[in-house]
Ligand binder design. Structure first.
Ligand code: E4P
Length: 232
């Protein structure tokens, strides 16, 4: 399962890319608005250059198919790795069908059911994003929808990929991987939480203490200054 960052924050994206584990970004108008008043196009272009060639999803705001198509065609010119987010409704299906034939990549977003995913895939969406956390919020099983979509795409050997979205905590990442999601798009906070384990920190501390007890400040790999290699 690949990891995308679900944010529009440049510092967080740079850090994720530096770690070498982030291969794409998803944004939405709410995430962009958290960055204050910005030049939207400029911000998205910068994100595209940081994660290139990884895909960067950005949303259309029009509510009818002609408007979505016109917006998407413009957005698609911003960068080679841009993906246009189109909502999983009837107008969105219509727009996705047109855009996919023009080779404009679509992330069929705000997806909450397998039926919506069936239509998104039939329309030629590159990605389908079931929103796990928002389904959990209303007492449904968000991850079950990810599992159903992943199984359907696999069974029919479709090239559409499922992005587990609206991820709220590290347990969601584990469940998404087990459900067979191609990608999980995670908030920066969750990315940092994923690596945390107290036993790792305790283990690292103990190895250093035990080494120092016998070897003092001697390094395992000798430096230019001190080239005596001591190994136990
Ligand atoms: C994904 O593409 C969306 O931007 C995102 O995952 C929405 O998550 P939320 O429910 O936390 O807003």
């Amino acid at each position: 399962m690949r990891l995308f960052l679900d944010t529009a924050n440049i510092d967080h994206i740079r850090h994720g890319v530096e770690l070498g584990v982030i291969s794409g970004v998803t944004t939405n108008p709410s995430l962009v608005s958290r960055e204050g008043k910005v030049n939207y196009q400029q911000l998205v272009k910068e994100i595209c250059s940081i994660v290139f060639p990884g895909p960067v999803s950005t949303e259309v705001l029009s509510q009818d198919a002609p408007g979505m198509i016109a917006e998407a065609r413009e957005i698609a010119k911003w960068a080679d790795n841009i993906v246009v987010k189109i909502p999983a409704n009837l107008e969105g299906v219509k727009a996705t069908s047109v855009l996919s034939k023009e080779n404009i990549k679509v992330n069929f977003t705000l997806c909450f059911s397998l039926n919506q995913a069936l239509l998104g895939a039939a329309a030629g969406a590159t990605f389908i994003s079931p929103f796990v956390g928002r389904l959990d919020d209303i007492g449904e099983d968000g991850m079950k929808v990810v599992l159903d979509i992943a199984q359907f795409l696999c069974y029919y050997q479709l090239s559409t990929q499922v992005i587990a979205a609206s991820i709220r905590h590290p347990q969601h990442c584990i469940m998404a991987a087990k459900a067979g999601a191609h990608i999980a798009t995670v908030p920066y906070r969750v990315l940092l939480q994923m690596i945390q384990h107290p036993l790792t920190d305790i283990g690292v501390k103990r190895f250093i203490q035990d080494w120092r007890t016998v070897m003092g400040e001697e390094k395992i790999v000798p430096t230019m200054k001190n080239s005596t290699l001591v190994r136990s």
